[in-house]
Design a protein. Structure first.
Length: 259
């Protein structure tokens, strides 16, 4: 099954993915995967604050209230961290959340995980992992969402566009949290790169984070929007004069190696 999924995603070689067994399944408002960047372009303090932001968001009353407000009143959630690849030790497999105790239990598991960072940035690997976890689980979600946070462009692994497009074809919405604490190296802002190259599907959106102290609020807002199916206020953008450069990260890394 994993090989078939890899073919559908357009991946070459043997994919380093995990098929995480899900609970018995059932109907949920949303199947939500949290894919969190832990690349070494962020220092340990920033990664720690990012982790605490997710823990605090899941514990917050706004999160469980959003769950309860759904048509079914339950969601399925999973979590992992990624850099050049997905870290197997970071994976929290599918858990159903429908009451406060469920959210607290998931937050406790997340908080107990050791924090590790890795080299490189493979957004494509993060999306591919989330797609495998969603299409292979036993849930029937009214919506299927991969929530990708990151602080730089894709620079290793498969190009992000074809992997994103395959996920969207499978009925998955990909949203982005662009961590813009430092220059990302993209010709435009990182949120524009995410808007052009990473997010996809009906109603997909990207939220920027410019200050680390704003991270917890941004994560909470994003989770509430994704669970409730509400869209953030629309923002206007200039139409690009040229096609978006979705291979900028790969070229930057090659330039670094060639120096």
């Amino acid at each position: 099954m994993l090989a078939t999924l890899a073919m559908l995603l357009g991946l070459s070689g043997t994919p380093e993915m995990l098929v995480v067994q899900s609970p018995d399944g059932g109907n949920v408002d949303v199947e939500l995967v949290l894919a969190v960047d832990v690349s070494r372009s962020m220092d340990f303090e920033e990664v720690s604050i990012q982790r605490e932001g997710y823990v605090a968001a899941i514990r917050h009353p706004d999160f469980i209230n959003a769950v309860r407000s759904g048509l079914i009143g339950r969601i399925a959630i999973a979590y992992y961290e990624w850099a050049g690849a997905v870290d197997p030790a970071s994976v929290l497999g599918w858990q159903v959340i429908e009451k406060t105790a469920d959210a607290e239990a998931f937050a406790d598991k997340l908080q107990a995980r050791p924090i590790n960072t890795q080299r490189r940035t493979s957004i494509s690997a993060a999306i591919a992992e989330g797609t495998v976890m969603i299409v292979s689980n036993q849930f029937e979600g009214m919506r299927r969402v991969i929530d990708v946070s990151g602080d730089g462009p894709n620079n290793v692994g498969e190009p992000v566009i074809p992997v994103r497009d395959k996920a969207v074809e499978a009925g998955i919405v990909i949203n982005g949290l662009a961590i813009m604490l430092r220059p990302s190296g993209t010709p435009s802002s990182l949120d524009e790169y995410y808007g052009d190259c990473v997010i996809g599907g009906p109603g997909a959106f990207v939220l920027p984070v410019h200050r680390i102290e704003d991270f917890a609020v941004a994560v909470r807002r994003k989770l509430v929007l994704e669970i409730s199916g509400t869209l953030p206020p629309a923002t206007s953008r200039k139409v690009a004069a040229t096609e978006p450069d979705c291979l900028v990260g790969e070229r930057q890394w090659q330039h670094f190696l060639d120096r």
